[in-house]
Design a binder for this molecule. Structure first.
Ligand code: SF4
Length: 216
């Protein structure tokens, strides 16, 4: 690879042996359990505040290359303080380049699941073949609770929950390792989420609840 990124620190960070890629700070939701504000945009020692200019495809690939030279990783995860499908063209391009440059690297997307509405079309067909795994925030089996805890922007409030379900179903048909997730927040009905995920054809994974006051 020949890429170099001066923005490396805020784009790429390590977590549990994988390389995480923070490609945007934009979100279609303001999830009530999100720790990005409580943790001042920091995560386990990394500052994920991107500033006014989002990283280019070249910046992102440069960050991957810098990390690859530092120490190996077997998985890259699109996940930061922002929703990666807000930058679908760049996400797809980076995946394509990583497939070409680093064959064998596992590629995963962590998403809030609103990519179809954000992009105005079903996006699972475009993700097929580019990703090995996807984790989709479900968090509740109840549409009213979804709107209450995910706090979507107004344009996603009415159709958001149904769109997330459709996206999970589409991904389960097209991406080998598709799992819905639920944060184990106080009062969460995690088992209802697990059952709903199963009806959609997806796997399921609970996620640890991160307290805004714990160590960043
Ligand atoms: S989508 Fe992720 S980063 Fe955005 S508000 Fe929700 S938890 Fe936070």
């Amino acid at each position: 690879m020949i890429y170099y990124s001066p923005m490396n620190a805020s784009i790429a960070y390590r977590y549990r042996g994988a390389l995480y890629l923070n490609i945007t700070n934009r979100c279609p939701t303001a999830c009530e359990f999100c720790i990005k504000r409580g943790w001042d945009m920091r995560f386990r020692g990394s500052d994920l505040r991107l500033g006014p200019q989002e990283p280019s495809v070249s910046d992102i690939l440069g960050a991957v290359e810098t990390e690859r030279r530092a120490s190996p990783f077997s998985e890259a995860v699109f996940c930061g303080y922002g929703e990666p499908t807000c930058r679908l063209p760049e996400l797809l391009e980076v995946c394509g380049e990583l497939r070409r440059l680093l064959p064998g690297l596992r590629l995963r997307l962590n998403t809030v699941g609103l990519g179809d509405l954000v992009n105005g079309r079903p996006i699972a067909p475009e993700l097929q073949g580019r990703l090995d795994a996807v984790r989709i925030s479900l968090n509740t089996a109840d549409p009213a609770e979804w709107a209450r805890i995910m706090r979507p922007l107004p344009e996603y409030r009415e159709r958001g929950f149904e769109s997330v379900l459709g996206f999970i179903r589409d991904c389960a048909r097209r991406i080998p390792d598709t799992q819905a997730t639920a944060v184990e927040r106080p009062g969460a009905d995690v088992e209802a989420c697990r059952r709903l995920a199963r009806t959609l054809g997806a796997g399921f994974a609970p996620r640890a609840y991160l307290d805004a006051y714990e160590e960043r």
